[in-house]
Each structure stands twice: as structure tokens, then as C-alpha cells.
Design a protein around this ligand. Structure first.
Ligand code: WTA
Length: 655
């Protein structure tokens, strides 16, 4: 594969400029090494100092790490705080009039919201939620378009101690219903519609469908933000308009003082089985993770204009839109729309208009924008930029170099940040004023993060050898459990093979001669499509739930823009379809998957066979399917295959 080859050969080093290094929050390798040494000498003391420095506590903690019920670790367990207080109230005295959010709507209009205004809106909405009976520990599902209200909804939950579970607006009614049911949520916050790329996106209608599917009896209210003038098709007694709920509410709201270990949110993500996992995060440790990475990795400065393009439906939007930037008191851009509307200049024009200093996006967006106009950034004044970042998947060196030269004008360090829904915050990333970057590598672990690469027995592998990426010590912002399934948490992340001692990230990686880490891809059945995690089993179960389908296997194949594409091998109950028939059924199945999970999970390609390649013991040979999906010749041994003729059929049948 050409990308992997070029990644492996990439060896150029880009040290920070003298100017950047001198001003950086962590300056030079001396600065980085000093922090690492502190963490090595006194791990708990290191995190305790950061916890005291960066987080405002109501009741300061005296205990740092409690490992007695490992791997259910507790951090700062006797401290109390409120995350929303940390994100809003504590900035009012010094920066009340500073813009917290510059909201740019889909149609290009932009509205600044100061910290004082945001505080008022969060307080009013929090009071509104309380008036509906929402209290500490209740689960609230947020199914919102990107915008100020999405942030207000999440912050208001944090303020009253309700646990939010944000569901990305592109997920289907069925996915929404499963998440509502799993968390037994009592309230849904949504909008009548969203607006993206000049088109309206149904939201309340999807919520209505989700509730109609049943299993959501826990829901008592649906709060609807009116984003557009379209009237809802359905309105029942449980529905409340956002504007009516907040109109008479006071603009002050006493925060609920939470224990550091009280859950802040659940966020569902895909794993190796069909059922998404509710990743549960804490209040204190999570907040600290977002703060320390804003400071170190994004090298936060008070006059920065920060822009993370992620939707709040993903962890990146939680940590680097809703929490990190507000907790540190930054001004940030929040964008409702898409990078290609009205045209592919949108991101560059926004950077120029809002004088963005720190820009954080996904490699897939970079690759698609290169394709749509590699010279477009040059037509805008991007001189405000000082730091660039990427997240979600490995970035190919070609895209990295373009990002560096054309967007960053050659002067902005690029922080390639490796982390996961489960880690809460960045884990492996260059500190931009210290660590020289290499295109395609996320470089070195952050101080206080003990990453390693190990073989099946848990023993470290030599540099250059691939292995499983693990974290050797608990860290404050780590996942606490899987909602309602502590056994799955233990088995997935702290498996027996490693004596329950190592956090297994699910990625493979290797180091190079500089000790830099290169992420190679997932080791489980998870795909990374446009930076989004999708479980192959989830898509398979969606497909086999269709009455036409007898059997399905889903694999990934490399894709120039999306990173990976979804390829589904399908056996129908009826005879293998051909010609127009096959095309029609493929279309139906794609729609079916969109309906079952969401558009993001739709197979890019469907191949029909009379059967799937299986071993004599009946196991589907996925490695063969991956080779076929890539369009490569099969060179592997197929002697254990029950029905070799099937390979030819699958090879020629792409639709
Ligand atoms: C992948 C997103 C290479 C990885 C924050 C991980 C990356 C999964 C990078 C988590 C990166 C994330 N380089 N791969 N910089 N960042 N990944 O939970 O496979 O949506 O396990 O969190 O994305 O995806 P998630």
C-alpha cells in the first residue's frame, strides 16, 4: 500500500522555530524532559500538582490515586468541584466580556457570545432542566446540531450534575433509541431541525421515530430548540420548547457540587461487538485532562482564537469544543456547517475572518480539501495561524506537508494528536515548542503518560517492530467504566493476557529510531472511516437484520480521502443477484444501513456471493476478504478453505 510505504520511509524532522520555542508553555526538550522526569519521580505528586494548579475545587482533594479496585481507578476522590463552574464562573471576574464563542452559522452570519452571556444562558437552561425535575445523576440525551445551544445543553447538564449522553446528529432513530434505552435517560434535548450545507437536517422527527420504536419509557420530556421556522410534524404533551422553558428562568444557578469521581458524561463508541459501548467519564480527572492538554499541546495563550472543527457528537467535540477551551478561558470558533459550503474556501475564509490562531481538524478533511482546491488557502490571509493540529487517524505525509506549507505557511508546528474516546484527552502528541515533528508520526507520549508497545505476552517489542499500543499506568482523564457493563470494561481494556495491568488501546503501533510512535491501525474489528469509529460487527448485524440477507461480513479497505472505506460481502436468502437486480438490492441495503445506524456506516461497496469464504470449522476468513476488498491478488494459502470457488465470485462482483 503506497501510503504505508511512504509513511515508513518518512523521516524529515521539523523542529519548532526559535520564536515558537521561546514563547511556548513547555519550551524545548529541556522543558519536556523536566516534566517527564517529575512524573517518573513522583507520579501521583506530578498529577496532584497539576490538579491543584489548573482546576478550581470547592473542596480540595487530599487523596490522589486510589488503585484498590483496579482497573476501576479513582482520582482526586475526596475533592469536590463543578465542571461548568470551572468553564464559566471562574472567568467572569477577569474575562466576563471576553468572547467565549464566536458562532458561525451555516449561512455565514457570525455571533460572538461572551463568557458572561454564555454563563447566563447556561444558568437559565440549567434552571429550566431543574424545573422539569432533572437532578444529579439523571441521564440526559443530547441530539443537537452544532451550535451554541449544544454547548449550553452540555454545560447545563454539568452544572446540575446530570450525566449527558450526546448522540451525533447523523445517527439514525434506531441508534438513538438504543442509546436512550441503554442509559435509561429521562430527557432528550434536540432541535426541530439542523442546518448543514444549505440543507435542513431532521432532528426532532428522528427523536419522535426513536421514541416510537419503544424501549424509551424512561423519557419524561423532550426539549426542542427552534433552529428553523419549520413547524414540527408532531408535538406531544412531553415536548417543551427551549425558548419557553428558559424565558422566565433566573440567570444565576447554583452549581451542584460534584465529587471528582461523579460521572460527567457517557459517550457511546464502537467496539468489536455489535453493541456500542457507553464510555463513562469522570468530572475531576476528565476536566484536568482537557485543561493540561490545552496548555501543553495547544500551547494556549490568552489572545488565541481556537478552532476545533469537530462536532460535539464525538469525543473531540466534547474535550476540545465544549470543555477544554472554556475551562481554560479561550475564545473559540464554533461552526454549524460543513467545509464545502458554499464552496471549498469555507475553512480558509473562516480562519482569515476570525483571525484563528489554532486550528484543529481531521486528516480526512485535509485530504478532501486538497482535492477540492489545493491552492485555495493561498487566496486567504492565514497569517493569524500559529499552530495546527490533526486528530482521528494517521495523516499521510503528503497531506501533512501540504497542511504545513500551504495552510501553515511553513511556520506553524503541527500537533498530530493520538487519543481516543476512552482516554478523554490527548495522550501521544508533540508539545509544539519542544518536540520536533515528523510527518505521519504522533511522536512522543505526553509527560505523565506511560505508553509502550508490546507483544501478545505483554513484553515490550524492539524499536521498529509492530505491537499493541498500551498505557502502563492509569491517568486522570481515563474512561472509568462502560456504562452498565463493568465486566466488558475490564475484559476490553485491561485483559487477562496482560494480568489486568495494562490499558489496551486497540491500536497497533511501532517506534522508530528516535523513539517516535507511529500508529498503524486498529487491531480489533473497528474501522476508521473519515476519522469516525465504526464496528464491523455493528454493520454486519444491521445487514443481517434485513429480511433479504442470510449472512454478511464487513471489512475495511484503504480509501484515498476517507482513510478507510466500508466493504460488505453479502449472501442473500434468495439466489445471488446479478445485473440490475444486484444494483437495486445493493441500493436497498445501503439505505437500510443508513436507517439502522446512520449514513456514516453505509457500505461504500457491496459484493454478493453465494457464500462467504470459510474455514472447514465455519469461521469466515476475513483476511481473505480484506485482500479481495483491496482488489489484490490472493497469495495466501487457501488450502483450509471449504469452498475456494467463492473467491472468484466475490472478486468480480463489486457494486
Ligand atoms: C484513531 C478520536 C492515528 C486510533 C479522538 C484510535 C488516530 C481511534 C489518531 C480513536 C492519530 C485517533 N493518529 N490514529 N493522531 N487519533 N486515532 O475514539 O485508531 O473516535 O484508537 O477518538 O482513532 O477514535 P475515537
Amino acid at each position: 500500500m503506497s501510503t504505508i510505504d511512504s509513511v515508513l520511509k518518512e523521516n524529515r524532522l521539523f523542529p519548532p522555530s526559535e520564536d515558537f520555542r521561546v514563547k511556548a508553555n513547555v519550551s524545548g526538550m529541556e522543558g519536556y524532559n523536566a516534566l517527564c522526569e517529575q512524573a517518573n519521580n513522583d507520579y501521583e505528586g506530578f498529577w496532584a500538582d497539576l490538579g491543584r494548579e489548573l482546576v478550581s475545587w470547592k473542596q480540595p482533594f487530599t487523596k490522589v490515586l486510589n488503585s484498590t479496585e483496579a482497573p476501576f481507578y479513582k482520582w482526586f476522590e475526596d475533592g469536590t468541584l463543578n465542571v461548568s463552574y470551572n468553564c464559566l464562573d471562574r472567568h467572569l471576574a477577569g474575562s466576563g466580556d471576553k468572547p467565549a464563542i464566536i458562532f458561525e452559522a451555516d449561512d455565514g452570519t457570525s455571533t460572538p457570545v461572551t463568557y458572561r452571556e454564555l454563563h447566563q444562558r447556561v444558568c437559565q437552561f440549567a434552571n429550566g432542566l431543574r424545573s422539569l425535575g432533572v437532578k444529579k445523576g439523571d441521564r440526559v440525551v443530547v441530539y443537537m446540531p452544532m451550535g451554541v445551544e449544544a454547548v449550553v445543553a452540555m454545560q447545563a447538564c454539568a452544572r446540575i450534575g446530570a450525566i449527558h449522553s450526546v448522540v451525533f446528529g447523523g445517527f439514525s432513530a434506531k441508534s438513538l433509541q438504543e442509546r436512550i434505552g441503554d442509559a435509561r435517560a429521562s430527557l432528550v434535548i434536540t432541535a426541530n431541525e439542523g442546518l448543514r450545507g444549505g440543507k435542513s437536517v431532521p432532528l426532532q422527527a428522528v427523536v419522535d421515530d426513536a421514541l416510537a420504536l419503544g424501549g424509551c419509557e424512561s423519557i419524561q420530556h423532550i426539549v426542542v430548540f427552534q433552529r428553523t421556522q419549520t413547524a414540527p410534524a408532531q408535538w406531544d404533551a412531553r415536548n417543551v420548547w427551549w425558548h419557553e422553558l428558559t424565558a422566565q428562568q433566573p440567570t444565576e444557578c447554583e452549581p451542584e457540587w460534584m465529587n471528582a469521581e461523579d460521572p460527567l458524561f457517557i459517550l457511546y463508541t464502537s467496539g468489536s461487538t455489535g453493541k456500542p459501548k457507553g464510555i463513562q467519564h469522570s468530572s475531576g480527572g476528565y476536566l484536568l485532562g482537557t485543561l493540561v492538554t490545552m496548555k501543553w499541546v495547544f500551547d494556549y495563550k490568552p489572545d488565541d482564537v481556537f478552532w476545533c472543527t469537530a462536532d460535539v457528537g464525538w469525543i473531540t467535540g466534547h474535550s476540545y469544543v465544549c470543555y477544554g477551551p472554556l475551562a481554560i478561558g479561550a475564545t473559540q470558533v464554533v461552526f454549524e456547517g460543513i467545509p464545502t459550503y458554499p464552496d471549498a474556501n469555507r475553512f480558509w475564509s473562516m480562519i482569515a475572518r476570525h483571525k484563528v490562531t489554532t486550528f484543529y481538524t481531521a486528516p480526512t478533511a485535509i485530504r478532501s480539501l486538497i482535492k477540492l482546491g489545493a491552492d485555495l488557502p493561498g487566496q486567504h490571509d492565514l497569517s493569524s495561524l500559529r499552530l495546527l493540529g490533526t486528530v482521528g487517524e494517521p495523516i499521510n505525509p503528503e497531506a501533512w506537508i501540504w497542511y504545513h506549507e500551504v495552510v501553515g505557511g511553513g511556520r506553524c508546528p503541527i500537533v498530530d494528536t493520538w487519543w481516543q474516546t476512552e482516554t478523554g484527552a490527548h495522550m501521544i502528541a508533540p508539545l509544539p515548542g519542544a518536540v520536533a515533528t515528523k510527518p505521519g508520526s504522533c511522536t512522543l507520549p505526553l509527560p505523565g503518560i506511560l505508553a509502550d508497545i508490546v507483544d501478545e505476552s505483554g513484553a515490550p517489542v524492539e524499536p521498529g517492530k509492530g505491537g499493541a499500543l498500551v498505557i502502563k499506568k492509569p491517568w486522570p482523564s481515563m474512561v472509568r467504566t462502560i456504562w452498565g457493563d463493568p465486566d466488558r470494561f475490564k475484559k476490553t481494556y485491561f485483559p487477562e493476557e496482560f494480568n489486568g495491568q495494562l490499558y489496551l488501546a486497540g491500536d497497533s503501533a511501532h517506534t522508530d529510531e528516535n523513539g517516535y510512535i507511529w500508529i498503524m491501525g486498529r487491531i480489533d474489528d473497528v474501522l476508521n472511516v473519515s476519522g469516525h469509529r465504526l464496528g464491523t460487527m455493528e454493520i454486519e448485524s444491521a445487514l443481517v437484520a434485513n429480511p433479504l440477507v442470510a449472512e454478511a461480513a464487513v471489512v475495511g479497505r484503504p480509501h484515498e480521502i476517507k482513510g478507510e472505506a466500508v466493504v460488505a460481502f453479502v449472501v442473500l436468502k434468495q439466489n445471488r443477484p446479478e445485473g440490475e437486480d444486484a444494483k437495486r438490492i445493493a441500493r436497498e441495503l445501503r439505505e437500510w444501513v443508513a436507517h439502522e445506524i446512520g449514513k456514516i456506516a453505509q457500505p461504500d461497496e457491496i459484493r454478493f456471493g453465494e457464500n462467504l469464504p470459510k474455514t472447514r470449522s465455519g469461521k469466515i476468513m476475513r483476511r481473505l476478504l480484506r485482500v479481495i476488498a483491496k482488489g489484490e491478488e490472493i497469495t495466501q494459502d487457501v488450502s483450509t478453505l471449504e469452498n475456494p470457488a467463492i473467491l472468484e465470485q466475490l472478486r468480480v462482483s463489486a457494486l
